[in-house]
Each structure stands twice: as C-alpha cells, then as structure tokens.
Write a protein that binds this ligand. Sequence first.
Ligand code: ADP
Length: 398
Amino acid sequence: MYILVINAGSSSVKYKLFDMKGNSVIAEGIVDRIGLEDAFLKHQTSNAKETKIDSDIDNYDKALKLITDILVDKENGVIDSLKSISAVGHRVVHGGEKASSSVLITPEVEEIIKECFDLAPLHNPPNMMGIEACKKILPHVPQVAVFDTAFHRTIPEKAYLYAIPYALYENYSIRRYGFHGTSHRYVASRACEILGKPEDKVKMITCHLGSGCSITAIKDGKSVDTSMGFTPLEGLIMGTRSGDIDPAIIFYLVERVGLSVSEVNNMLNKQSGLLGLSTVSRDMRDLEQEVSKGNKKAQISIECFAYRIRKYIGAYASAMAGLDVVVFTAGIGENSSKTRAMICDGMDFLDMKLDSEKNSQLEGEGIVSRDDSGVKILVIPTDEELMIARDTMEIAQG
Ligand code: ADP
C-alpha cells in the first residue's frame, strides 16, 4: 500500500511516498520557492537518485502536478501509475477545538480547517491549498488531515485556559492549543514500544527540541499540558522565538521604546531565542562551536535554553504527580548530547539520572539513563511523516 504524505507550507510543498509494507520511504522531495522566479522541484528516490527540475511554479496546483508527474516518471519515478496511491495524508497545523484526531477530509473537515485560518494564518491557508490541489489531481483517492494540534485536545481546562477575561475564550477561542502534536505522539508511542510499557500507564515528558521547541506532559497516553500555547511562540526558548516572556515587555517596547506592534511581533518570532541571546546564530551547532572558542554569549544562550527546559520538566512532573520517562527528539534533542547533559544535570532528586557515557556515545535511537535511574531517559528521532502515513492508512482502510 502506497501512501503519499504532503506538507504544504507558505512557499513550499514537501512530500514523501511511503510503501507501508515496510514503513519505508520510496521517494521524497520538495517543491520550493513557489510563486518566486527560481522555483524548483528536488526529488530523491530510495536508491539515492536525486533530480532537480527548475520550473515556473506559481501555484499549488502546479506544484502537486510536478510531484505526481515525477512519481510516475519513466526515468525518475517509483510507481507505474497514480492509481497505486491508496491515500494522501496532509499535515494540517491547526484544527482548533473541533479536531481531536486525524480524519478523512470531507466538506465539514475543510470548514474546520478554514475556520482556523485566523488562528494559523501562515499555515492553514497553504495546508488547504495543498488539499485542494491534491483533490483535483487524485479525485478518487481518500485524503486525510493529520492536525498538529489534535494530540493536545485532551489537555484539561485548568491547563488550557489563560487567566484573562473568560469572554475572550468564549468569543475569540483564545486558549492553549499546543503544536508539534504528531511528533510528541510518535515519540511517546515509540518510547513505550522500546521500554515495553503500556501507553496507558506511563507519566512521560517529551521534549521536541528543533528550530521550534516544545515540551509536553503525557499521562497515560494523553497530552495533559504542553508549552506552546495559543500560538507556537509560547514556552521554551527556540532558534529565533523568545518563548515565555513577561507580556508587559511588549507594552514597554511599544510605549517606551517606540517599536510598532508588527516590529515587536517580528522581533519575538524571528530575532529572539538562541539567536537573540547569542547574537551570532540560531543554530545549536554554531553555538556549540562558538562556546568552544570561548564565546560567553553563546554559552549563556545555551544555559538559558537548558534552564527553561529544566523548569518545565519540574513543573510537568509536578502536574502529573510523578514521572517515569523523558524523551528527547528533533535536531537538538536527537543530536546535542551536551544540551541533554545540561538539561539532566542534577536531576537526581527526581530519580532522573543520565548515563554520561551512553549519552555521549549514542547515535540514533536509544536509552541514555543509568540502569539505576527510576526515570528512563530516551533519545528517539522523530518521524512525523511516518505517523501521518500510519494514520492515513488506518483511516483509508476504514
Ligand atoms: P526543524 O526541522 O524544525 O528545522 P530540526 O529538528 O532540524 O529543526 O532542528 C534544528 C536544530 O537542531 C538546529 O539548532 C541545529 O543546530 C540542531 N542540530 C542538528 N544537528 C545537531 C548536532 N549534531 N549537534 C547539535 N545540534 C544539532
């Protein structure tokens, strides 16, 4: 069974074609710079053959046409006919309060995605264009929506409400939604598989540390709290996003420093976080190099980054009244043993003990806690696309 996974962003469409027999990716690629002069398609097959096509791609219909054409192309393709594609899974960022799991896309589901345009103006509109384009090219193929927010729909009221006038929740749906849900769900389920633990009897904290970062408390298989909120700006320190700050800083910047609201918005989203603090880079690899050269600002930026995560781990252990498992994932979580060590340092009081040797030597997936650590610490490479493909297959099979 072949499942096509589509991630349509504001200027690109990423895709992966899965052969679900072995959960393997047989082709993947990206159509990038949609609507710009130098748009292109980059396509790679499982035998590492890479193709790049420069083309005039000014809309999502053309992007999807290029993708489906190359999948069946005589020279660069991997399937004989588009009829081999059993279903298409779409990453959709925001499902608001209505979407609590992945679903077959129907006119009602499209309405839900559109209702969330205001909540995710950069993501949901292109997600929807990807869906519309796919429906035109593959009209008889089931299309499935997998929402980033859906996993967090189990978060209780006391954790999703902000302490602002209740009418703002009622009238404007202002509440915590949480994001990266597909990633948190994937690594949580994989951690239980590795540890041989039943998902419904575990208190777990999953740390998705990439360019964007979020941390989730998962109790008995359900998300009960997460650090991203109404938007993906809240919570942890990220590559360029500030995460939690005192909201009064915004009034100060507008009223006293003279920045416009859009300048502050841009600053908090694009010039803050690791980049803002270090002043040199948003990228953890660069920062680790800078630290080795003695750069103090790079050092403090990483310390702030790790400290914020430690605070959340403490808070979430307390929210769940216990902790059994901590998982690290995404670019930094998977690869930076130094950051993991900094986060876990001195957490013995929680019975969370990192094995420094296992931690520094691990490549890929594995357990990095000491054998006598009550809390198991794991590193699990995330695979959101595989999760989307699995959901899609399950729904398409009815
Ligand atoms: P996204 O997919 O959201 O762009 P990633 O999950 O790829 O982000 O994570 C990007 C982050 O991971 C960057 O800060 C990058 O420096 C960091 N990263 C990737 N590899 C390493 C590594 N080997 N050591 C330290 N940090 C790494």
